[in-house]
Design a binder for this molecule. Structure first.
Ligand SMILES: [Zn+2]
Length: 612
């Protein structure tokens, strides 16, 4: 597998085939080439532009928000511990050394000081790569310049989460290097690792193992050393040095996580939800870097357990941040026992990453199906972050659900929120060195070079509020290459694909990518119409009468006056008030429904009690 892409580029270029990878990029990696190159590659952040629509809106809002963060305040917890002048206001909440009153009352003992610094930096570096906005790049460079002298080993004294915080610093620095061309970022990364080394857990300790060791209080057992390998392996691939590769190997949680998962044992129940999904991306990087098929098996099995035994109809998972025992009925019970149903920005970020890795490795379109459920039903409906650091944390699937801000400011989800919106573009399209894979149906443009020419696809759509998408091909001369379109597993027999108004495919295989291979002329239009039906999904097998209505990828939430129960046939009859509308009504008129992103401050219910 090693070097296969480079071989393709040489022979492909000679044969006049479409080379989608930038040769300079592939060759630059020569020192740090992973063992496995997955069949599908990501485009660069700058290759995909989101066009007007809800994703672009959320991307722009987050870009502007994180660009406006006060730099002195961001650096303050680090400078304070380094004995440097630390001007600027305390950010408070999770971010400062002031204690969170309900967690720990000791003075000078903040919950997770500076924890999300690296994520804000990573999000901004990716935003810069996506937009080319100079002010964003300059902010990244200023933050790295400020951080490098401010990281000291005292920063980790009494710190609950050295692995968790370092992990985020590390993605911030390697993204600043990779995407914002920061000249100091690797130096700052090295300084951060040197400072934290003696403070890190000695290995990939599980939470149970952390509880078994002497600890100050319970909250000191929540560090996440088992999530470290992904960014260590990425640091090595991006040229930070071989000690990062060694560190990645050292923190692989084989004994209690990867070995049983690889053997098909569902060890998710009882574990903290987000960090163990995030860790699955470490298993994927172990597969890429080391060629370890065990870790690929573990990630595939782990994700399948997540999808089939832990998930709500929205694609979200982990009520109260825990995984539940299949057969226990606890997911259904959570609809009355908690409002903390899915840790949305963090969970969506982890979900997008693992589905991108698995899709690139297997070409299985179902990972894209899973990603888009989380997109439309979870993250796209997150409330916008506020100036004072109040941010959206949990989606609420309680029978009396509503959208609220978390009472604590600058929490974990304010970090991942900056990264996931930056990742929307790179999640929408992939390539295999020959053709392009359309994974998300979102208003966007992807552009790639072929020799001196540029090819682009421009997608216009109101999907999933309309069951259609249109993709226009732009070429400077007629070009032959395949375009692969994700046909969701739910797509019905009425699904069709047309080019320039002429049908080229009827009822393409659902749950696969449909391949359209032809010589494209400038202005050619691909039109897809999806057979989109409504189905009902029970919350778990123990509660077969608690059902969510799902239309295509879209979960529908009852709003307004919600009846205690609804006839199954009536719930199945739910239809849009008008074409493209986000207002839905059942045939009897008894239930009004809306998708998550269209809900503001009204109360809602995801799972209805259904009578036959
Ligand atoms: Zn979070």
């Amino acid at each position: 597998m090693k070097h296969s892409r480079r071989t393709f580029l040489k022979t492909g270029a000679a044969a006049g085939a479409v080379a989608l990878l930038r040769p300079d990029k592939a060759l630059a990696a020569s020192e740090n080439v992973p063992a496995i190159e997955p069949p599908l590659s990501q485009f660069g952040y700058g290759d995909v532009t989101l066009l007007e629509g809800p994703l672009r809106e959320q991307f722009d809002r987050n870009h502007a928000f994180y660009l406006s963060l006060n730099e002195d305040s961001l650096l303050k917890p680090y400078r304070q511990r380094a004995g440097l002048p630390a001007p600027g206001e305390d950010m408070g909440g999770w971010y400062s050394w002031e204690p969170l009153s309900d967690i720990d009352k000791r003075p000078n003992n903040g919950f997770a000081p500076g924890h999300s610094f690296g994520q804000y930096l990573s999000g901004l570096a990716r935003d810069y790569a996506a937009t080319g906005d100079k002010a964003t790049q300059e902010k990244v460079h200023r933050l790295v310049r400020g951080f490098a002298p401010a990281i000291s080993s005292h920063f980790w004294d009494g710190n609950r989460f050295p692995a968790y915080t370092y992990d985020k610093i590390s993605i911030g620095m390697i993204d600043a290097h990779e995407f914002a061309g920061d000249p100091l970022a690797f130096k700052a990364l090295d300084a951060a690792l040197d400072s934290v080394k003696q403070h890190l857990p000695p290995g990939p300790l599980s939470r149970a193992e952390q509880y078994a060791r002497p600890h100050t209080d319970e909250s000191f057992c929540w560090d996440e050393p088992y999530t470290l390998p992904e960014n260590c392996f990425l640091a090595w691939q991006r040229g930070a040095g071989s000690r990062y590769r060694e560190m990645g190997i050292h923190y692989l949680a084989d004994s209690w996580y990867w070995d049983p998962l690889a053997a098909g044992e569902n060890v998710l129940p009882g574990k903290h939800a987000y960090s163990h999904v995030n860790a699955m991306s470490s298993a994927m990087q172990a597969y890429f870097v080391l060629g370890s098929r065990k870790h690929l098996r573990a990630a595939k099995n782990g994700f399948e357990f997540l999808r089939t035994t832990q998930s709500f109809a929205t694609g979200g998972w982990g009520p109260n941040e825990d995984f539940r025992k299949p057969g226990s009925g606890e997911i259904g019970e959570s609809l009355t026992s908690t409002h903390s149903s899915f840790e949305t920005p963090c969970g969506s970020y982890g979900h997008f990453k693992i589905t991108r890795y698995l899709l690139r490795t297997t070409k299985d379109s179902r990972y894209g199906d899973s990603m888009e459920r989380v997109l439309y039903n979870c993250i796209l409906g997150a409330l916008p972050i506020k100036k004072d650091g109040y941010g959206f944390y949990y989606s609420d699937y309680n029978n009396d659900g509503s959208k609220v801000y978390h009472p604590q400011t600058w929490h974990c989800c304010t970090g991942t929120f900056s990264q996931i919106t930056a990742d929307y573009g790179i999640s929408a399209y992939f390539h295999d060195g020959e053709g392009v894979y359309v994974n998300l149906f979102v208003p966007s443009r992807v552009t790639w070079p072929r020799g001196t020419e540029r090819i682009s696809l421009t997608q216009r759509t109101q999907y999933p509020h309309q069951p259609t998408t249109e993709i226009e091909v732009s070429v400077t001369a007629p070009s032959r290459f395949p375009v692969y379109l994700r046909i969701p597993a739910w797509a019905g027999a009425k699904t069709t694909i047309a080019v320039n108004g002429k049908r080229v495919m009827s009822a393409p295989e659902a749950g696969e990518f449909a391949k359209i291979d032809r010589t494209w002329k400038n202005g050619d239009r691909i039109e897809v119409e999806f057979g989109m039906a409504t189905t009902l999904e029970a919350v778990d097998p123990q509660h077969p009468d608690l059902m969510a209505a799902v239309h295509g990828p879209l979960a529908l939430f009852a709003v307004g006056t919600i009846p205690a129960s609804v006839k199954k046939a009536d719930l199945l009859s739910v239809a849009q008030a008008a074409s493209g509308s986000t207002e839905w009504k059942t045939a009897s008129g008894a239930v009004t429904m809306r998708p998550f992103a269209a809900i503001t401050d009204e109360h809602y219910r995801l799972y209805q009690k259904v009578e036959s």
